[in-house]
Design a protein around this ligand. Sequence first.
Ligand code: HEC
Ligand code: HEC
Length: 199
Amino acid sequence: MMKPTAVALAASLLGLAAAAQAAERSGKEVYEAVCSQCHATGKDGAPRFDDRAAWRERSAKGLDKVTANAITGIRKMPAHGGQAALSDVEMSRAAGYMISGGAATDTDKAYASPKTRSGEEVVKARCRECHTDGKGGAPRLGNMADWKPRLQKGVPALVKSAQGGHNGMPARGGLADLSDPEVKAAVEYMVALTGGGKK
Ligand code: HEC
Ligand code: HEC
């Protein structure tokens, strides 16, 4: 049986998930704010929104693959459309919106987000630039005192803020081609380091 505290915690975590979802923009909104810059006119060779034949051809490789390419970037298509703060769900919705010519209903789930790098790899490649010495007030790796107040928000909230960025922390740590699962893995790796890490 669940203890009352566990039930309360589960309920509040569900509430958080619902709030996070509500904050995600629709495919149409993301398209109009970001993607239309290139996809309305075909800039740099982007498939035009109204070019049904071009989208049919591209989606032949599968919706998942096409969406993954939009998340990581491909040739002149910038990762996350150049807006690293967009979540993978928002990218999935926007891709679905364009591929379907505006007909797709918004998904709540990201299509097969690619996770090719481990948390450790991402931290070593990027995050430690600031998080080793606490540049700009970044919580230091393995330093429990720095992490404790942040951990009180819960790990999902930390993942969300690493993805979207805030203050001196750039969205996705400035690595726009990281997928949500990769950001999550990196944050979990950082959190794990506080466990047995140096003081
Ligand atoms: C700066 C211009 C630019 C912006 C902004 C942009 N795109 Fe693109 N996009 C491109 C170009 C160029 C291509 C063609 C890349 C190629 O295949 O050579 C492309 C291709 C794509 C493809 C097809 C990928 C494939 O595998 O064939 C998808 C899906 C896509 N973009 C989604 C998006 C979404 C969603 C947004 C908004 C969040 C967006 N794009 C914003 C330039 C852009
Ligand atoms: C350019 C420097 C820089 C890089 C690179 C960077 N961070 Fe940060 N990070 C910061 C700063 C500064 C803060 C503190 C921001 C604040 O809370 O005011 C921070 C805070 C955080 C937090 C705490 C968020 C919160 O809500 O309290 C997490 C988690 C985090 N970063 C994860 C990452 C991950 C994962 C990466 C690598 C993908 C990364 N950071 C790369 C500077 C950086």
